[in-house]
Design a protein around this ligand. Structure first.
Ligand SMILES: CC(C)(COP(=O)(O)OP(=O)(O)OC[C@H]1O[C@@H](n2cnc3c(N)ncnc32)[C@H](O)[C@@H]1OP(=O)(O)O)[C@@H](O)C(=O)NCCC(=O)NCCS
Ligand SMILES: CC(=O)OC[C@H](N)C(=O)O
Length: 177
């Protein structure tokens, strides 16, 4: 992927969503800077500006070390917190007041972080916590607290999240559009 394609890999997915486009352009730019020590030194001011503007001012914590596939959509861009150890697949949606991260274990260490597959649509006010795997083509309903794995092609809702239904891959993808 060339330089420009890397920076704009989420652009078309966020059509009509100017805030999402801006945030994701900035996120990809700090990911790019993070790849190389020389870039980090030259663009340390940019990393600081990203922290101050996107994380502190907008309240969107998408760390530069986060692994996130192309076509990421951020709707509404408020109170979004994602741990840098999280892995997000391609064409996923994150909404307002979503938290994705690890949990503290009884021995004081931290669990692994969640892994989201491709085409995962995360509703508003969702928490996904701990060493969990979310499959491909999944919808997580608004307000869900996900602490266990969610299989491919399914809809999960509630606290703790339960599998509402499993669908065909095609049916889940149509709902995501
Ligand atoms: C999960 C979701 C996709 C399901 O939509 P749906 O397929 O139309 O589901 P229905 O409304 O037919 O409800 C089916 C069942 O799931 C339950 N349910 C639906 N959404 C739920 C939710 N978010 N939390 C808990 N239960 C939920 C319903 O109570 C119903 O239960 P029942 O069968 O026991 O009566 C949708 O409700 C949702 O939460 N989408 C998130 C969208 C979002 O975050 N929007 C905010 C924009 S900022
Ligand atoms: C709050 C709301 O309805 O937002 C709509 C938006 N398209 C979304 O799915 O997030």
């Amino acid at each position: 992927m060339n330089f420009l394609a890397y920076l704009f890999q989420d652009w078309s997915a966020n059509r009509g969503n100017i805030k999402g486009r801006l945030v994701l352009f900035l996120f990809r730019s700090v990911q790019l800077v993070n790849r190389n020590m020389l870039l980090k030194i030259l663009f340390c001011w940019h990393l600081v500006l990203y922290r101050v503007f996107v994380e502190w001012h907008l309240g969107i914590e998408l760390p530069r070390k986060l692994t996130a596939g192309k076509g990421l959509i951020v709707y509404h861009g408020q109170a979004l917190v994602v741990n840098q150890g999280v892995v997000i697949g391609e064409n996923c949606v994150l909404r307002n007041s979503v938290t994705i991260g690890h949990k503290k274990l009884a021995d004081g260490t931290f669990s692994k972080c969640p892994r989201l597959g491709n085409h995962v649509d995360v509703g508003a006010n969702v928490c996904i916590i701990g060493d969990v795997t979310i499959g491909d083509n999944v919808i997580i309903g608004a307000g869900a607290v996900v602490i266990k794995d969610v299989p491919d092609n399914s809809v999960a809702v509630g606290n703790p999240a339960r599998i509402l239904e499993q669908k065909t891959e095609a049916a889940t993808r149509i709902e995501l559009i």
